[in-house]
Ligand binder design. Sequence first.
Ligand SMILES: Cc1cc2nc3c(=O)[nH]c(=O)nc-3n(C[C@H](O)[C@H](O)[C@H](O)COP(=O)(O)OP(=O)(O)OC[C@H]3O[C@@H](n4cnc5c(N)ncnc54)[C@H](O)[C@@H]3O)c2cc1C
Length: 376
Amino acid sequence: MKQFDYIIAGAGAAGLTLAYLLMEYEDREKSILIIDKDSKSTNDRTWSFWEKGSNLLEHLVYKSWSKATVNTNSWSQTYELAPYTYKMIRGIDFYEFMKQELNTSNLYWIQDEILEITDTGQVTTTNGVYQGKLVFDSIFDPKLLQTSDANTILQHFKGKVIRTEKDCFQIDTATYMDFSVDQEGDCRFGYVLPFKPNEALVEYTLFNKHLLSDSEYEHRLDAYIKQLRIKNYEVIEEEYGIIPMTDHKFLLRKSDKVFNIGIKGGFAKASTGYSFLRAQQILERVVKNLISGKKPDHDLPHQSLKYKLYDATLLKVLADKKYTGREVFGNLFQKNGMQSMFRFLDEETTLTEELKIMSSTPIIDFGRAFFHQLGK
Ligand SMILES: Cc1cc2nc3c(=O)[nH]c(=O)nc-3n(C[C@H](O)[C@H](O)[C@H](O)COP(=O)(O)OP(=O)(O)OC[C@H]3O[C@@H](n4cnc5c(N)ncnc54)[C@H](O)[C@@H]3O)c2cc1C
C-alpha cells in the first residue's frame, strides 16, 4: 500500500487551496496525494465574494465591482461598496492555476473515485488503496443533511453567461439581489455580474427547500433576462448549483488522522452558503498548525455562538415562509445599507449595529425564531 504524509480527498476549492498552501509554507519533503474523480477541466462554477483587501488568489480575480444594486418591485438602490469590493474567480482559472502550481515531484494528483476513508487514514479508491499519515476530506454527501435535525434550506440557481447584441450592462455595478422577480411565496431573486458592456453572468436563484425541474429553471431565468429588457443574445456558458444553507453541526475532526475540510468541515456560512474566502482563512491556519507541529484543527477561526444564532434565526424565518425573501432581505438592505450588511455577514458588527439590523426585520417573528433556536 502506498503511503503519503498527506492525502487530500477532493480537488475542489478547499482541497486545492490546502494543497497550494502546503506547497507555499511546508517543506517540500512531505509527500502529498490529491484524489478527485473529476478531471477539473471545465468551468463548473464561479466563486464570488466581497472583501476589504486582497486574498491569497487575488491574481485569479476575473472581474471585480465597486458598486452593487439591490432591487425590489418598489425600490432600487445602488451602493458604493468601498471599503469592500465584490469579486469573482472562475472555477476553470482556479483549477488551471493549481494544476501548474502543484506540478512538483512530491505531489501526486490522481483521477479516481474514492470509495472509503477509514478513521485510520486508509483511503480506498476504485483502483487502489492508499495510507495517509493525515487525511483531509472534502467529499461531502448532501444526504447527510436529510438525516440531520438541523434546519436546512437550499440555495439553488441556474445561470447563463450571455453576450448581448447591444451594450446592456454597467460594468462597475453588480446586481446583488433583484427581488423584483415574482417571489412565488418564498425567496427568489435575480443576480447579474457584468463582465463587459455586452457580457454578463445572469442568474435566477431560490432559497427554499424544493428544487425546480430543468424546464422551470430555464423558463424563469429566460423570463428574468426578458425582464432586464435583453432581447438578442447568445449563451456562452451555463451554470447550475445547489448550495446547502444549514445550521447542521459539521464535524471537523473525524479522527486523529482524518479531518474534514470545505463544505464537509462546515466552512460555509449558514446564512449565505459562501465558503470560498473562509476556506482560505481557515486553511491558512491549518497549515501554520502543521508547520508548528500542532494538530491541524488547533485554535481555528470559528463562528461565535451569537452569529450561529443569527444565522439559524434567518434560516428558520426563511424556512417558515411567513415572509418572502423580498420582505426579509429588502428591509435589511434598505434600512442598513450594503456595508453594514457585509460587516454583519463577516461577523464584525457591534451589538449596537446588530440591534439596529434586528429592528429592521419583522421583529416579533425574528425574535420568536431567535428564542426557538436558542432553546435548541
Ligand atoms: C455552482 C456553485 C457556485 C458557487 N458559488 C459560490 C460563490 O459564489 N461563493 C462562495 O463562497 N461559494 C460558492 N459556492 C459554494 C462553495 O464555495 C463551493 O461549493 C466550493 O466549491 C466548496 O468547496 P469544497 O472544496 O468544499 O467542495 P468542492 O469544490 O465541490 O470540491 C469537492 C471535490 O470532491 C470531488 N469528489 C466528490 N466525490 C468524490 C469521490 N467519491 N471521489 C473523488 N472525488 C470526489 C469533486 O469532484 C470535487 O472536485 C458555490 C457552489 C456551487 C455548486
